[in-house]
Design a protein around this ligand. Structure first.
Ligand SMILES: [Zn+2]
Length: 272
């Protein structure tokens, strides 16, 4: 995936990938251009001037901006884009203080089930908390293509980091996708994916296996915390990723605590 190249993905959808590749963002953040005449910009990405100019030059008429969530690799481009073009942005806001783009100021807050009726296409809003409490997916009805932001990424599993991330909500939001007729996933990072329901099932299963591993290790250790458990729970993962894995591990422990399977005393989680 070359950054800043405009790629036609389907009759209604084009993609430009921002030049911000990293361990968190894979090949970079995907910005999607939806529609032919009245174009919707989905996730303008980080505030990278070159990227914003490529978005502006991509289409005769950019009508509006929608964002999946307000992490720094998805929405700060909104403000930069609006400095050049007077178009509205929509999405949900987030009150968390860490890792949030506070410049995001939507003209209208979107909610689950909202429909954006545009010239030649329709977008349905699906609230999918888990990675972030204000995370939205958008379904392009005409092509059954779902824009999943960081709810589902291609090539890596999503980090669920406390306190705004929430593992139980994340799994529920994956299962929720079953209610929709879907053909393609257009993720916030990586390439298009087919069989959306199978992909969602696989992720749920992967999380369940990880949770089973947490319980297994806790049975051996009697108690533990993300620091002491990570090496065993993530023994299949490169140790360079442990600092990131610990965030998801903590989210698994909190889910188990919420379900009454473990108790937290000080920093330690103890199997009930
Ligand atoms: Zn992202």
């Amino acid at each position: 995936m070359k950054s800043e190249e405009i790629v036609q993905l389907s009759p209604l959808v084009r993609r430009i990938t921002a030049g911000n590749s990293s361990v968190f963002t894979g090949p970079g953040t995907n910005t999607y251009l939806i529609g032919i005449n009245d174009v919707t910009v989905l996730d303008p990405g980080p505030a990278i001037e070159k990227h914003i100019h490529n978005i502006i030059n991509s289409s005769k008429k950019l009508k509006q901006i929608v964002v999946t969530h307000t992490h720094p690799d998805h929405s700060p481009g909104v403000k930069l884009l609006q400095n050049e073009l007077d178009i509205p942005a929509y999405g949900m806001i987030n009150d968390a203080t860490k890792d949030q783009d506070k410049s995001f100021n939507p003209a209208r807050i979107l909610f689950d089930g909202d429909i954006l009726e545009e010239e030649g296409y329709t977008l349905e809003v699906i609230h999918t908390p888990g990675h972030a409490s204000n995370h939205l997916c958008y379904l392009l009805k005409e092509e059954k293509m779902i824009f999943t932001g960081d709810h589902i990424m291609q090539g890596s599993t999503v980090v669920i980091a406390q306190p705004d991330g929430h593992m139980k909500s994340y799994i529920d939001s994956l299962l929720k996708l079953k209610d929709y007729s879907l053909e393609t996933i257009a993720p916030g990072h990586g390439e298009l994916m087919s069989n959306p329901h199978k992909v969602a099932d696989w992720i749920v299963q992967h999380r369940e296996e990880r949770e089973a591993k947490v319980l297994e290790v806790l049975r051996d250790f009697k108690s533990g915390n993300p620091d002491s458990l990570v090496e065993r729970v993530y023994e299949d993962v490169d140790s360079g990723l442990f600092p990131i894995a610990k965030w998801s591990l903590e989210s698994h422990l909190i889910k188990l605590q919420e379900e009454g399977k473990v108790t937290k005393k000080g920093k330690e989680y103890i199997l009930n």
